[in-house]
Write a protein that binds this ligand. Structure first.
Ligand SMILES: NC(=O)c1ccc[n+]([C@@H]2O[C@H](COP(=O)([O-])OP(=O)(O)OC[C@H]3O[C@@H](n4cnc5c(N)ncnc54)[C@H](O)[C@@H]3O)[C@@H](O)[C@H]2O)c1
Length: 268
């Protein structure tokens, strides 16, 4: 039986992917910062019939020791880890850089960038020992060089994630013979708590009508995106793969569909 570890999986995209891996009979390791949310997520997962088991592990990705412990706990239970997803992420306050506090910047970079780098480092080292595995890092706004006031630090982190993941895939190819596949997930816009909160929930992000309009056209619930990307991850055999939901073609299709049917994710 195969095993997946997903950071930041008590809710949102991480939880949606955990459910799809469970539907595909994977053992699933749910990990996040809060014990209570993990318990709730585990109960939700266990409603889904599966041959796999569910393990929970509290892990703050800003602490390397937590990431090391996440691998150890997962490997003690399931012996090997097939897929490791660095999914944990936070948004930034919707402010220009000069109005952010240094602590806002540190907080975001520690979770979104350093957390994924250290998660990749730990998983890569252990996957090199076991001789196989796939690592996925999650791209986001800025990965494709998009720029917008209020997302500069987030975009900087996600642009760096793209570089880092491609460079690590190259290292894998040159030194480890492609045994470890290092890949990117590009989910597009997901209707989750992430869009309306920053600093890990401590700060609210008010969305303008213009932004809501774009999210209503291009956005999807994480379950829709997960149902598309998870089978692709399971079947992936390539290093440096990019598994993308919101491609240019899909975005055009969504603008066209919006002429006939309007989503309203925010006024419920
Ligand atoms: N929502 C979007 O539109 C969108 C778009 C592109 C990419 N992404 C990325 O997708 C990923 C998941 O986002 P989401 O929309 O599901 O967000 P979310 O806020 O719903 O979920 C994020 C999860 O990460 C956890 N988390 C936060 N800090 C953590 C830490 N230090 N250690 C461990 N876990 C931590 C949270 O507790 C939460 O469970 C993130 O990397 C995000 O940047 C989101």
């Amino acid at each position: 039986m195969k095993t997946v570890v997903i950071t930041g999986s008590a809710r949102g995209f991480g939880l949606a992917m955990a459910k799809d891996f469970r539907r595909n009979n994977f053992n699933v390791v749910l990990s996040d910062i809060g014990e209570e949310n993990l318990k709730l997520a585990k109960a939700e997962l266990e409603k889904i019939a599966s041959e796999g088991e569910v393990l929970t592990a509290v892990c703050d990705v800003t602490k390397s020791a937590n990431l090391e412990a996440l691998w150890q706990k997962s490997a003690e239970k399931f012996a090997k880890i097939d897929i490791w997803i660095n999914n944990a992420g936070v948004n930034q306050p919707d402010l220009p850089v000069c109005m952010l506090k240094e602590s806002d910047i540190d907080f975001l970079l520690n979770v979104d960038l350093k957390g994924a780098i250290n998660g990749s480092r730990v998983a890569f080292r252990e996957m090199a020992k076991q001789g196989f595995g796939q690592i996925y890092n999650v791209e986001g706004y800025g990965s494709n060089d998009a720029m917008k006031t209020g997302l500069t630090i987030y975009g900087t982190a996600k642009r760096a994630i793209t570089y880092f993941t491609e460079a690590l895939a190259k290292e894998s190819e040159s030194h480890y013979g492609d045994k470890i596949l290092v890949n990117r997930l590009t989910p597009g816009i997901m209707i989750t708590n992430f869009l309306t909160s920053a600093n890990g929930g401590a700060t609210k992000v008010e969305l303008s009508d213009k932004v809501k309009k774009v999210y209503n056209i291009l956005g999807d619930y994480p379950e829709t995106i997960s149902a598309y990307v998870v089978p692709k991850m399971i079947n992936n055999k390539k290093n440096n793969a990019k598994i993308a939901w919101l491609t240019t073609a899909r975005a055009f299709g969504k603008f066209f569909k919006a002429l006939f049917k309007k989503n309203n994710y925010f006024e419920k």
